[in-house]
Design a protein around this ligand. Structure first.
Ligand code: PLP
Length: 255
């Protein structure tokens, strides 16, 4: 069989067997954005559409071995990292990102929407773990995650606060930061994208979608797919936001 030339995104993330979030949602978004997903599990979660029951981290050497084998054989053009679950897995993934030298998107997964933890070791360990990854990547925290990563007193909710958080992440070494305002109020959902040279505000009409899970996973994955296809960071971020808006639109119809 001839090898596919479709650009691949290598994903390292947790498996949510319900498909709402994690690797299955990542794969769905990456295909919809025109790239091919290669999925390496960092952790298995026990969860349904309604509830998170727990998770089991996987062994970092197995994840690294799988990722390296895929990088060798497939046309991987970008990497997406979601849930890493432990400090040890984060260190292994940092090593992989440093060696791979590919565009990368890191979605800092700390807890489920229900509040259940998705990282072992508490906020300080999670902060250090994701800080070890962001020099190689566009980091995509929502307001709550930005507060934890930056030890802010409150969630950055308006566009100015989101921009300050994005600038601060870049000042602390992130290659780029896309801080998402999806949890804020108002009629528009504003995300702020900052690199070392510029900041851009990306606005879209705010959408309902009560049953929609995994919007953060899907946004980061679609962003990685855009980068894999050669789009600029800003173009890829705008298309990823459109993809999430379509997903939320479909979920709102189903509610
Ligand atoms: N499970 C996994 C494996 C995830 O990566 C995430 C979020 O990124 C979640 C669950 C949480 O999803 P939600 O916020 O939709 O509960």
């Amino acid at each position: 069989m001839a090898a596919s030339t479709t650009p691949c995104v290598l994903v390292l993330a947790g498996l949510d067997p319900s498909g709402g979030a994690g690797l299955l949602a990542d794969a769905e978004a990456i295909r919809a954005a025109g790239a091919r997903p290669l999925c390496v599990a960092t952790a298995l979660t026990a969860q349904t559409t309604r509830r998170m029951h727990g998770f089991q981290p996987l062994a970092p050497p197995l994840a690294l071995q799988t990722a390296r084998a895929l990088l060798e054989e497939e046309p991987v053009r970008a990497i997406k990292v979601g849930m890493v679950g432990t400090v040890a897995m984060a260190a292994a993934v940092a090593e992989l990102l440093a060696d791979a030298r590919l565009p990368a998107v890191v979605d800092p997964v700390l807890s489920a929407s229900s509040g259940a933890a998705l990282f072992q070791g508490g906020p300080d360990a999670a902060r250090r773990a994701y800080a070890g990854l962001w020099p190689y990547a566009v980091i995509t925290p929502n307001a709550l995650e930005a507060r934890i990563l930056l030890r802010l007193e409150e969630d950055p909710l308006d566009a100015d606060a989101l921009e300050r958080a994005a600038r601060e992440l870049v000042a602390r070494g992130a290659f780029a930061a896309l801080v998402k305002g999806g949890h804020a109020g108002g009629t528009e959902s504003v995300d702020v994208l900052c690199t070392k040279s510029a900041c851009e505000r990306l606005a879209a009409p705010r959408m309902a979608g009560k049953s929609a899970r995994g919007t953060g996973c899907r946004l980061a994955s679609a962003l990685a797919a855009g980068l894999a296809r050669g789009a600029s960071l800003e173009e890829a971020a705008r298309s990823a936001k459109d993809l999430v808006a379509r997903y939320l639109g479909a979920a709102a119809e189903a509610d």
